[in-house]
Design a binder for this molecule. Structure first.
Ligand SMILES: [Zn+2]
Length: 278
């Protein structure tokens, strides 16, 4: 039902009235940092969307950011949750996604990484993250990172125990212009040691008309962006890949639906290719 979907997206993208507030020292993280769609999906892919939400609880005073900055890609991957949700339905894939902004803590970075909780993002200072008390840092790790990845661990382990074939795919979006550079790619596939799924997906995407495709672009594992795939895929010997779609191509529901259909088609083609060449 469409209106329910809209409410669902609004809940996690934080589309509520935004008022600038001074940063406070008392903060609360009372909501679950993780939501799962299609938990019992039996398709061969587990979807992850770590940057699904721009929601920052009121008690954080918007981390001192202006309403405009709270809407920018620095806070979340614009359009990624809707894309991943469509894909979840099409592939009968469980989707595990974040419910808090990555500015509170980036779930796709290991604990302790310098960019786990950023003080600056693409030239914008995040005042609420500057000079944080270690106890506040630990609170975010315990209330955001730990439950999110525990949920994913449990889901993937249950599937393995029940004999379900499982690949891990994370869905992201990237900004068209970054540090003054216009990025030409429409979509990027990021992979590391086991490139089998990524190579098959890249081949399928290259067979689609008119796409400019990045192989480990606009990011690669060398940029430290492979944490979830490493933890939930590589560490278990599972195939996986990250997919990045340029966010200006996800502007409206029709565009997102077309991208979901493209990714469904090319992921299914990639899985068939792997099955026949294994
Ligand atoms: Zn992302």
């Amino acid at each position: 039902m469409k209106h329910r979907c809209n409410n669902y997206y609004n809940r996690f993208s934080g589309n509520t009235a935004i008022a600038p507030q001074p940063a406070k020292t008392e903060v609360a993280l009372n909501d679950s940092p993780v939501a799962v769609l299609n938990l019992h999906g039996r398709g061969p892919i587990v979807l992850i969307c770590e940057h699904a939400s721009r929601f920052i609880p009121d008690s954080f005073g918007a981390l001192g950011l202006s309403p405009q900055d709270q809407l920018r890609h620095i806070a979340w991957d614009i359009g990624a949750l809707e894309l991943a949700s469509d894909l979840s339905g099409m592939l009968d894939a469980p989707l595990v996604h974040a419910t808090y902004s990555r500015l509170l803590l980036d779930l796709n970075r290991p604990i302790g990484a310098t960019d786990s909780i950023v003080e600056t993002s693409e030239g914008t200072v995040i005042p609420g993250n500057v000079g944080m008390d270690p106890s506040q840092r630990e609170l975010r790790q315990q209330r955001i990172y730990a439950p999110f990845h525990a949920e994913l661990d449990a889901l993937v382990d249950r599937r393995i125990a029940s004999g379900l074939p499982t690949c891990v795919v994370s869905i992201h979006s990237f900004t068209p212009r970054y540090h003054g550079f216009d990025r030409p790619w429409h979509v990027g596939v990021i992979s590391r040691n086991d490139r089998s799924l990524a190579d098959a997906l890249l081949a399928a995407l290259r067979a689609e008309p008119g796409l400019c495709i990045g192989d480990n672009l606009p990011y690669g594992p060398q940029d430290g962006v492979y944490h979830s795939l490493e933890r939930h895929g590589e560490a278990r010997g599972l195939r996986g890949a990250m997919i990045e779609v340029r966010n200006d191509l996800l502007d409206d529901a029709d565009s997102r639906k077309r991208w979901a259909q493209t990714l469904r088609r090319t992921l299914e083609s990639a899985l068939r290719e792997i099955a026949t060449t294994r």
